[in-house]
Write a protein that binds this ligand. Structure first.
Ligand SMILES: Cc1ncc(COP(=O)(O)O)c(C=O)c1O
Length: 369
């Protein structure tokens, strides 16, 4: 490599490292370390095709992917014989897959989702050409159940495909799946499919005792969860878990790779599978429970500190998103806080320790003067 390129990379590394020091606004965990996997980055791993099949492309990590999927199947309480899933490129692909299965199971179905829903859902309904109705949100970001009921009454004859947010992007609000089921029953909707977008909440709520239920003990169709969020990964990744009967509907055989085509992507990242596998093995359920406990305790700490300086802020219960009055642009940019109108938020992820939170509070206080 020439000196000029070496220098360019050095500068990039320094800038990225510096930006990571002030990272408080997005739901990515920066506190991870996977040195055990270094040697695998010299291998062209590709998990093309169905993780439960044998491919002609054998430089894959399908066996490890199956272990990862079984971890999530157990976590989300679905029988190992009755689920199907795969490791995706991230939350968006997981959501798109869930809605694809929903559409195939319910031709002509209407997708209902709240206005606080992540933009990947409105993008997906466009890509999949699915009719949709946007439902009002409550002030805390949770779906407005009355509005959902009203809209369902109008279209009672059409199958309903409902996206439940298990933690909205901006306010960390959780749509209550049991309440949604009550509304479907009350409105005598015969055919429905519930997809849970649990990008971040999918690795929070299972570890909080008083959290509302959203898993396969309820009649839901699929769950999307991100890998780079609470688990932590240097590259974006996600997982989708669905009922097997829905995935069966879309599979087809591909001779070229000698495996069933059941995924949205063709070539798939086999390294991210190893990262998720290692994180699961290192932490286990106990470790994730402690991690979530730490994030929620730090969320309380951030709220307390904001109160001390009289900066308006609040958080939804059992969640690590602190919604606050939007600070000036300099602070927003430095701390990479996500913003929406006059609101901003802090995502209290595992790397958000007291030192980092105090740093932001100090600057907020100074900006008031
Ligand atoms: C609730 C929710 N769903 C889906 C996504 C999309 O995830 P990704 O950026 O991994 O595609 C996000 C991203 O932040 C999210 O917050």
């Amino acid at each position: 490599m020439r000196e000029i390129e070496k220098k360019k990379l050095k500068v990039l590394y320094k800038n990225l490292k510096e930006a990571s020091r002030y990272f408080l606004g997005y739901p990515c965990n920066l506190a991870y370390d996977y040195p055990e996997l270094d040697e695998f980055f010299a291998l062209s791993i590709n998990n093309v095709g169905d993780p439960f099949g044998d491919s002609l492309y054998r430089v894959n990590t399908h066996e490890f992917e199956r272990e990862v999927l079984c971890f999530f199947a157990d976590l989300y309480r679905v029988d190992r014989e009755k689920f199907w899933g795969y490791v995706t490129n991230g939350g968006t692909e997981s959501n798109m897959y869930g809605l694809y299965l929903a559409r195939e199971a319910n031709p002509g179905g209407i997708v209902y989702f709240s206005e606080d829903t992540h933009y990947s859902i409105s993008k997906t309904v466009k890509v999949l050409n699915m009719p949709s109705i946007m439902i009002r949100s409550q002030k805390n970001g949770e779906i407005d159940y009355d509005d959902l009921g009203k809209m369902l009454t109008i279209k009672r004859e059409s199958p309903a495909i409902i996206v439940a947010n298990i933690g909205t992007t901006m306010k960390g609000a959780v749509d209550k799946v049991e309440k949604i089921l009550d509304i479907l029953k009350k409105n005598r909707v015969q055919k429905y499919y519930i997809h849970c977008d649990a990008a971040l909440g999918g690795m929070i709520l299972p570890f909080v005792k008083s959290a509302p239920l959203f898993d396969f003990r309820l009649p839901i169709g699929s769950i999307a969860v991100s890998g780079h969020k609470m688990i932590g990964s240097p590259m974006p990744c996600g997982v989708v878990i669905a009922r097997k009967k829905h995935a069966e509907r879309i599979k087809r055989a591909i001779e070229y790779v000698g495996i069933l085509d059941t995924t949205l992507s063709g070539s798939r990242n086999g390294h991210s599978v190893l990262i998720l596998w290692l994180a699961i093995k290192k932490l286990g359920l106990k470790g994730f429970e402690q991690r979530v406990g730490h994030c929620l305790a730090m969320t309380d700490y951030a709220l307390k500190k904001l109160k001390e300086i009289n900066w308006p802020a609040w958080a939804n219960e059992n969640y690590n998103t602190v919604v606050l009055k939007r600070p000036d642009d300099q602070i927003v940019n430095k701390w990479q806080l996500a913003v929406q109108g006059d609101l901003a938020h802090i995502l209290v992820m595992p790397h958000a320790d007291k030192k980092r939170i105090n740093g932001l509070i100090h600057e907020l206080q100074a900006s008031k003067k």
